[in-house]
Design a protein around this ligand. Structure first.
Ligand code: SF4
Length: 530
């Protein structure tokens, strides 16, 4: 029996780690999972400013480890005494992963393996910092590796695992994808083996405090995506697993069984299920089987994701009957040029509007994602996106205006090189991707486009704002208007807004008003007058 510790950086979801943990435990191994902070902490303003940064810590654009947090992690590892340490992280935490691995290697003579999307894409670079890397889906490769360690067998020949051996790199071929996802055990959400390191403390909890996963349970019914956008890892996975069926779906019964187990055993009252399939309403036959079973057995509100080309009314009707409350649609752009030439997305404006209408007519709330901060986008493209935003029937919400990330080896980055815009991108410290050098123009367009989706902002009114030179030079004015509108239009049960944080923020603002000199003076005058 081996002891394995997985460290998930800034990712309390870490579904890959949770699946690997389950599969190893089924083999009789002991697994610990350390949640090193969480997704909500990935923020520039969460990282201490330069004069507060301490020696012995690591600080990058949006993630960091203070010296105290490093010590806590090393102490945890000493206690757990693992035979293998696994690090799982996304590209934004690449520098942090390097730093923590160095610290671990200074003390422990234990192999360290890296895995996840960033490592799969950048395997040759990442193996310089770890002893091994796992490419692609990790459940069976990690099982084969740990069993080989346990049985004293050769660990340098495991498919999907690359190993450094006497100064040479052994690049083993990929293990084929598991085609029957029901063969995997349910992911490990048990309480016992989790440690949370969060803001200089070890918490007595199995989730960090500011995560909506306390009330929401995340599940994936499918792996893979029918589409292949140029900025997404899906295209890379499709390429490396060429020959394997990439889009696979669990049986409805298997998903329901996982949810029933979780509903019975979750330590808090569950409010919502998060269905993280890349495109949920795509398979009518599966939905027809899943929906009535879900409604009868689970009966909790849930949300999922879709694409503008996927929204058949019948599938939406069945999902509504099952209890879906939201669909999040990745629209990304309204510019046909950007969608077709740069993103490999084949949806028209008409199709996007029709899908939005289908969703709203099925009485499902609609949230959309857009992408900005991309130097490939020109003025006309933004105007076309604004046109689309104004024409999508209201009400709906913009979940996020994502800054484009240009990841190494993704097709979009090759396009950026071909189009000669690399000088308009920068590579933040510790991040394994390029992003735009932000211009006032980009900020202006984020807030113009966001403003366009609120009720009452017609196309004509929006074009007046687009042509306002003062706003172009001072986009923070728009930013403040948008922030106020968001606060004023908070939708209860919106899965992307943490209700507790929202209420705390409102209370803080109220307190600020009550504490202000002006308000106190007003109260005094009022009491005198009364
Ligand atoms: S639809 Fe979404 S998940 Fe699928 S390839 Fe495009 S961005 Fe990736």
């Amino acid at each position: 029996m081996r002891r394995i510790t997985f460290i998930a950086l800034y990712d309390e979801y870490c579904l890959g780690v949770r699946y690997m943990s389950s599969i190893l435990q089924h083999e009789g191994h002991h697994v610990d999972i350390v949640l090193f902070k969480n997704v909500a902490c990935i923020r520039n303003d969460d990282v201490p400013s330069l004069h507060l940064q301490e020696e012995g810590g690591y600080y990058s654009m949006a993630t960091y480890a203070s010296p105290r947090e490093v010590k806590l992690l090393l102490d945890v590892l000493k206690n757990q005494d693992p035979h293998l340490i696994g690090l799982s992280f996304s590209s934004i935490s690449f520098g942090l992963a390097k730093f923590l691995t160095e610290k671990i290697k200074e003390i422990f003579d234990v192999p360290v393996i890296w895995g996840g999307v960033d490592t799969t894409v950048n395997a040759k670079e990442n193996i310089q910092y770890a002893d091994m890397v796992c490419i692609g889906e990790g459940e069976y490769p990690i099982r084969a590796l740990v069993n080989a360690m346990d049985q004293n067998k050769d660990i340098t020949v495991i498919p999907s695992i690359w190993v450094k051996e006497n100064g040479h790199l052994r690049q083993n071929p990929l293990m084929p994808l598991e085609q029957n996802l029901d063969n995997y055990p349910f992911p490990d959400y048990e309480k016992e083996n989790k440690t949370v390191i969060y803001k200089d403390k070890i918490l007595d909890a199995f989730y960090p405090p500011d995560t909506h996963l306390i009330t929401n349970y995340m599940v994936m019914a499918a792996r893979g995506c029918p589409f292949s956008c140029t900025y997404c890892c899906s295209g890379h996975y499709r390429k490396i697993y060429k020959g394997d069926r990439f889009l696979r779906r669990r049986s409805a019964d298997n998903v329901i069984a996982e949810l029933a187990y979780c509903k019975k055993n979750w330590p808090w009252p569950l409010e919502r299920i998060e269905l993280y399939d890349d495109v949920l309403p795509v398979d009518g036959e599966w939905i027809a089987e899943f929906s009535p079973k879900y409604a009868a057995t689970i009966g909790l509100p849930f949300f999922g994701y879709t694409h503008p080309n996927v929204g058949e009314p019948e599938n939406l009707r069945m999902l509504k009957e099952a209890g879906i409350s939201y669909l999040i649609m990745g629209v990304q752009s309204g510019s046909q040029r950007v969608l077709n030439q740069y993103y490999n997305r084949r949806h028209t404006k008409e199709r996007t509007i029709q899908t939005a209408r289908n969703i709203l007519e099925a009485d499902i709330k609609l949230l959309c994602d857009f992408i900005g901060y991309n130097p490939l986008i020109q003025e006309d493209d933004n105007v076309e996106t604004l046109d689309l935003i104004c024409d999508i029937p209201k009400p709906w919400g913009i979940i996020k205006f994502n800054p484009m990330a240009f990841y190494d080896k993704y097709r979009l980055t090759e396009i950026a090189q071909r189009e000669g815009i690399m000088d308009q991108l920068e590579r933040p410290k510790g991040v394994h991707a390029w992003q735009a050098k932000i211009t006032p123009e980009m900020v202006f367009w984020e807030y113009i486009l966001t403003l366009g989706h609120f009720e009452g902002f017609t196309k004509e009114k929006m074009m007046d704002l687009v042509n306002d030179h003062y706003l172009r030079d001072n986009p923070t004015v728009l930013q403040k208007i948008v922030a106020s509108l968001y606060r004023a239009t908070y939708l209860d049960s919106n899965p992307v807004v943490n209700k507790e944080l929202y209420l705390r923020d409102m209370q803080r603002r109220l307190q600020q008003i009550e504490d202000s000199l002006l308000f106190r003076a007003y109260r005094k005058v009022k009491s005198l007058v009364a």
